[in-house]
Design a protein around this ligand. Structure first.
Ligand code: PMP
Length: 288
């Protein structure tokens, strides 16, 4: 955190100098949106896709982003350039901005863009190597007609609770189900399983975020000749899978070793290993 740089209102500041008002509706109500991005050798991975998702989230909550795409790209790239490290993590937020106490958006006249550039919070290598234990948790992914999970909003209490419940149950990460009891994703990662040589993942309509890493892994799989299908998955499908993995911008690709106390036959399994290598090559600019 000491290391982080923050872009706000056209200036790049050290983290200790970056302040927002207690009347910002992002803080008061979680009223805002965000993206998590990575850069490698100063190159932001899949920036256009992240920006597309950000502007879609903004439209879905009727939030005006006070910078056009070129302006945002310039702000991101200048903050990345000023950051001392070659690789790192970017948290891009747009809040509803300052307004009166009250949920109405009408008094919020200036949405606030914040770009934080920091080191990535790495999953400890021993935990990555051992593979993750998942636990299905009581907190469900909201239904699309409640709060569409495709909106990457600042309201992450569902994910926060799910991760906490998984950890209270002695696991590393949550297996989140939707209202129908189908598998949606992890608390902050998408989920894939391998069955009979085929890579399976729930469709976004089952409550999975349209993850950038999910999309990248599907491309890697295609290039490797691994068939990919979006299908409904039950807990049974995960318990009886040949392999299981989670993926996300921050986490990368993480192999799963156990789900609700049922060990998987291999971790990382052979296809997971290939996908991990292919994904590493992709983010480092060597397409597989
Ligand atoms: N699902 C959720 C709920 C997430 O918060 C994230 C991380 N942003 C993901 C999946 C993975 O998405 P991405 O690959 O775009 O980081």
């Amino acid at each position: 955190m000491d290391h982080a740089l923050v872009w706000m209102n056209g200036a790049i500041l050290p983290a200790s100098k970056a302040k927002i008002s207690v009347f910002d509706h992002g803080l008061l109500y979680g009223d805002g949106i965000f993206e998590g991005l990575r850069f490698f050798s100063k190159q932001v991975f899949r920036l256009p896709l992240h920006l597309r998702r950000l502007y879609a989230s903004a439209r879905a909550i009727a939030l005006h982003i006070p910078l056009d795409e070129a302006g945002l790209v310039a702000a991101i790239n200048s903050t990345v350039a000023a950051f001392p490290d070659e690789d790192g993590y970017i948290r891009l937020l747009v809040t509803r901005g300052i307004g009166p106490l009250g949920i109405s958006t009408t008094g919020c006249e200036h949405p606030q863009v914040i770009i934080i550039v920091d080191q990535v919070a790495v999953v400890p290598p021993e935990r990555r190597a051992a593979g993750l234990k998942l636990a299905s948790v009581p907190t469900r992914r909201a239904a699309m007609d409640v709060l569409d999970p495709r909106i990457k909003s600042l309201n992450y209490l569902g994910s926060v609770m799910a991760r906490m419940e998984a950890q209270l149950a002695g696991a590393d990460e949550a297996l989140m189900l939707n209202q129908a009891g189908q598998v949606a994703e992890g608390a902050a990662e998408n989920l894939f399983v391998v069955r009979d040589g085929v890579l399976l993942t729930p469709p976004t309509s089952d409550g999975a975020l349209g993850g950038i890493t999910r999309g990248a892994l599907m491309e890697v799989a295609q290039q490797l000749g691994i068939p990919v299908r979006e299908v409904h998955l039950s807990r049974y499908d995960v318990y009886t899978a040949d392999e299981c993995l989670l993926c996300g911008t921050g986490a990368g690709v993480l192999a799963v070793r156990e789900v609700d106390g049922r060990p998987l036959p291999s971790c990382p399994g052979p296809l997971t290993r290939q996908l991990m290598e292919g994904y590493e090559g992709l983010v480092r600019g060597n397409p597989c």
